[in-house]
Design a protein around this ligand. Sequence first.
Ligand code: UP5
Ligand code: MG
Length: 199
Amino acid sequence: FSPKDVTVLFVLGGPGAGKGTQCARLVSEYGFTHLSAGDLLRAEQERPGSEFGDLIKQCIKDGAIVPMEVTVQLLENAMTETIKSKPGAPKKFLIDGFPRKMDQAFKFEEVVCPARLVLFYDCPEQEMERRLMERGKTSGRADDNAESIRKRFRTFIETSMPVVGHYEKQGRVVKIDATPTPDAVFHTTRERLTKALGE
Ligand code: UP5
Ligand code: MG
């Protein structure tokens, strides 16, 4: 596909900030396709014959970032498949939980396409921890436990926040307080996004 035909928004925020929750709502309202990098990695880890299964599993448990080549390729494949399978549909993508390291940001924008803007869900660590521990009771996610959560927070602060800072300097970040209820956060998201996209 040609980068100029595609609209990409990066959706960033700490672990448990509510990225997935807000993306699901944006899909129905704005006709975006939602691609979660974490979901794609979890699916690849389960795929029989994947050469990256063990690597992904270890990284997720440790809250570490999978080498960018793997994730960028999964995202690019998913975008290509979506465009092929829905020829007439708008080519609008929410890329959720990516890029979370500078090298990924540069690589994706170089080889796939530049992002129109970045939605950044800002949430205090204590609230994110509460949400993840609560979800961990039923999610079955290998990283929803106290030890992995601690590591995920550390990676977020040390490695992923600089990416947000990078885009902030370019004036491409829409920062949203993710502490209120999902409904309230979505209300703000809709307002801010409509303004930013001029739609
Ligand atoms: N919830 C949501 N919004 C709420 C609200 N406003 N009030 C109260 N509760 C709210 O929400 C989390 C929980 O909180 C849910 O139970 C929800 O109901 C509730 P969710 O919407 O799932 O939050 P989200 O930000 O999506 O949290 P998630 O756990 O998915 O965030 P992570 O960023 O940690 O997970 P991700 O799947 O993106 O990545 C997992 C791992 O994959 C990474 O740690 C890393 O190891 C690997 N990875 C890479 O290596 N590279 C990548 O590019 C991406 C991931
Ligand atoms: Mg998520």
